[in-house]
Design a protein around this ligand. Structure first.
Ligand code: ADP
Ligand code: GLC
Length: 469
């Protein structure tokens, strides 16, 4: 696997959770997986093993010296070290600005993954994730198409988010030593006059997948296709949707060491303590204990529906409920959440930042989890919420639609403030019947979204790709 994120080494969102958990789950199907991730500045090499000293990557005349570390003895995770490119504070940029050399950073990453396969692990399938790895199938099918090392090697490209595409000016092509033929439309990396890294994956990979069945259908429509729906329709025969699993060793209230009190479907007592703790932590008044507490953990981006929440914030708090939100992202959306909190002090409380412990405490302590996404390839937080007895209110799109049912949560269809408000009101109304509410919590807690089924689906796809179905 080739990925720009993998938990616990590098995480901004769900991609990291998936790439962190899927490889170990695949092992039980007999699949041997190694994962390559860039060694960013935040990744400590203490405990890592240097397994390859000098792996020079040439992009035309430019030379990039890389080295490979294994994250720990026996670990499937490997880190690509190239201080000049990755030893920086951010993964993709800093203070809201993308790094100007991202095209080079991820071209070198793709080429280094191919080079590592040559010297370290003989590879049957390159499983690439998101735009950062899109150039890999393009290099493989052009520059290395006759290279005996890769004879018979297949590529799977998994789309976790079509909204991020890696678009660069056409002039970068020679800089990253991509064959000019990869640019040519149709079926190339050209996208409205630019070079699209995600199209490298979409056009050149042997198989495509995305992270829920509904999103696999949605991205083939103009409404959700971000301009790529035509390209995806053209490849619909090799495109499947495999729902993400979740790692219940990390996200389950009966074993979670990061929450103030543990609890389970048969003993909900601890949940009350978690709520008390959360109410205090966010400085909300004690009266909040008797009313629904809504939790939000999110990247603050246009994808996640913050504008809808802002649109109806006043009507929400008029329902006598409370909101706690944790997130970080676009300054514009951070500002939006801060102003909601300022307008409704003691009702809406917001923390800006990335804080895994607090994410767990919100999942555990809130009554309702709100996820009104504009689009959602899969979404993990609503699945975590089910396990923590935190009833999800979601927009019926992508993976949200696939994971939340009438018996476990509340859904709304139209992307609008009133539709969101209607679903929250239904939840608040349901909350007043505490016995029925607890039944709903328990139904959610008993759902099983562990990796087993999803890993089995990936494993079967790998076998099909290799003609061993
Ligand atoms: P996405 O990948 O689109 O961000 P997901 O729901 O798939 O959405 O996954 C988000 C993951 O990132 C979850 O594990 C969530 O807890 C975590 N996360 C998001 N924002 C934060 C934050 N500000 N602090 C801590 N964890 C966060
Ligand atoms: C993306 C999507 C999210 C999905 C995650 C992991 O970041 O936005 O819906 O759960 O990837 O696949």
């Amino acid at each position: 696997m080739v990925s720009s994120e993998a938990a616990p080494y590098a995480k901004t969102g769900g991609l990291a959770d998936v790439v962190g958990a899927l490889p170990p789950a695949l092992r039980s199907f007999g699949d041997e997986v190694t994962v390559l991730v860039p060694r960013y500045g935040s990744i400590d090499l203490k405990g890592a093993r240097r397994v390859y000293d000098s792996l020079p990557i040439y992009l035309g005349p430019a030379r990039y010296d890389t080295a490979v570390y294994q994250a720990a003895e026996g670990s499937p995770f490997y880190l690509l070290d190239c201080p000049r490119l990755y030893d920086r504070k951010g993964f993709y940029g800093e203070s809201g600005m993308d790094y100007p050399d991202n095209h080079i950073r991820f071209a070198v990453f793709a080429r280094a993954a191919l080079a590592a396969a040559r010297v370290l692990f003989r590879t049957e399938i390159f499983h690439c994730h998101d735009w950062q790895t899109g150039p890999l199938p393009a290099y493989l099918r052009t520059m290395f198409s006759t290279d005996p090392t890769f004879l018979g090697a297949k590529t799977l490209f998994t789309i976790h988010n079509l909204g991020y595409q890696g678009l660069f000016p056409r002039s970068v092509l020679p800089e990253v030593a991509l064959d000019p033929s990869v640019y040519r439309p149709p079926g190339g990396m050209e996208f409205f006059g630019k070079v699209s890294y995600i199209k490298g994956g979409i056009e050149f990979a042997d198989a495509l997948s995305t992270v829920s069945p509904t999103y696999a259908r949605e991205i083939q429509t103009p409404e959700y296709g971000f301009g790529l729906d035509g390209a995806l329709r053209a490849r619909s025969e090799v495109l499947t949707g495999i729902l993400n699993g979740v790692d219940y060793r990390e996200w389950s209230p009966d074993v979670d060491p990061l929450i103030p009190a543990q609890f389970s479907a048969s003993d909900l007592g601890g949940k009350q303590l978690c709520k008390e703790h959360l109410v205090r932590e966010f400085g909300l008044p004690p009266e909040a204990m008797a009313r629904p507490l809504i939790g939000i953990v999110s990247r603050f981006t246009p994808q996640k529906g913050a504008d809808l929440i802002a649109e109806v914030a006043g009507q929400l708090v008029a329902e006598d409920l409370y909101v706690v939100a944790l997130g970080t992202g676009d300054p514009e959306y951070e500002e939006l959440f801060l102003s909601m909190a300022a307008e409704h002090p003691g009702r809406i409380a917001v923390r800006l930042g990335f804080d895994n412990g607090l994410a767990h405490r919100i999942e555990a302590g809130a009554d309702i989890y709100l996820m009104p996404s504009r689009y959602e390839p899969c979404g993990l937080n609503q699945i975590y919420s089910l396990r923590y007895g935190t009833v999800p209110v979601v927009r019926a799109t992508g993976g949200l639609d696939d994971t939340i049912e009438e018996e476990t949560g509340f859904k709304f269809a139209e992307y609008s403030g009133p539709a969101l408000l209607g679903a929250v009101r239904a939840a608040v109304e349901a909350y007043t019947n505490q016995e029925a509410w607890r039944d709903m919590m328990r139904r959610g807690m008993q759902k099983d979204f562990s990796w087993k089924a999803s890993a089995a689906a990936y494993s079967a796809l790998y076998r099909r790709l290799l003609g061993r179905a």
